[in-house]
Write a protein that binds this ligand. Sequence first.
Ligand code: PLP
Length: 404
Amino acid sequence: MEQPIAVTRQSFDDWMIPVYAPADFILVRGEGSQVWDQQGKSYIDFAGGIAVNALGHAHPQVLAALVEQAGKLWHLGNGYTNEPVLRLAKQLIDATFADKVFFCNSGAEANEAALKLARKHALDSGNREKNQIVAFNNAFHGRTLFTVSAGGQPKYSQDFAPLPGGITHTPFNDLAAAEQVINDHTCAVIVEPIQGEGGVVPAQPQFLQGLRELCDRHGVLLIFDEVQTGVGRTGSLYAYMNYGVVPDVLTTAKALGGGFPIGAMITTDKLAKTLGVGTHGTTYGGNPLAAAVAGEVFSLINTPEVLDGVKQRLEWFIAGLTEINLQYPIFSEIRGAGLLIGCVLNPEYAGRAKQLTQLANEEGVIALIAGPDVVRFTPSLIIPEQDVKEGLARFARAVARICS
Ligand SMILES: *Cc1c(COP(=O)(O)O)cnc(C)c1O
């Protein structure tokens, strides 16, 4: 048998288009909330593949669902429907406000579908001028040209002009400012209930309630981008359930597949009619392999034990992080919801979040950043207490190195 090609971190620089700057080690295996690199060094995983591996790595029941479906049917294309995708649709409908589901492969694609639905819905209503989209500064909605334009970080879009038009950005959590730009020409408002990439910034309840009222007043679709906050991340199945504000359209991805790529846009019966046969689609959307995995992930997470367990785990994190911060006052604020946790660096350490996560890697823990000043944790929703303790002990050593 041929030997597999030898690969090292250097191979990345040699062969990959350099849109990422990955860590200087290569992970090869994971189990629960631990991962190991090529050299056998262990890490506690507080990143969960950026809020994706919500049940950790190699969860036995998810693995079994994958293997079972892999032996049956991988892919058909959308000329033929399949059992796993229909079951997953029913699970999403039963658990949320929605009546109808569109499946795709990523968060960006789910948002792309939502924005297209909003434009077409307004057009179908007979109002050609009703095509404006309102989005928020610092928002993140994906990397397609439409979604990166809806996102509120010009550094991600400006080099790709001309950009899709008709998108206005306004400050997050500023209802008065939103009121200035939402009017009868607006077809959609797209918002993250908690801005993830933008620094782990929760929306204020009055802000989302106010957006709901403005949307109702002007006949605007309210789109919640729950790609990061969805599927249990905040301790409720979807964050809108915490806020008691129901959107017209919701997008979900990341944790939905637990590591297998899948995304979905969910909406009401009435709005679903907008996207008739042939108006939208994607080759892999609703792929049986992805849907079988997601179905298992969804039913494992959507239980009181797992969702309440998220709140319990947040307490473990807060206790540990508070203790670290007493010894080394490095954070000015710890914010977020459930297991979407943002630790904001003191002005003294501004801009050093990336450096801190690199030191954390050296100490054997994987963490994320959310902008230059925020360290972000999005671990498995079922991470054991022992792993939280050990991971935070390792993280404390990284903090000690930066503070001394
Ligand atoms: C990650 C993310 C996206 C993009 O999802 P992809 O699967 O990378 O396309 C969109 N919105 C939010 C809020 C996200 O966190």
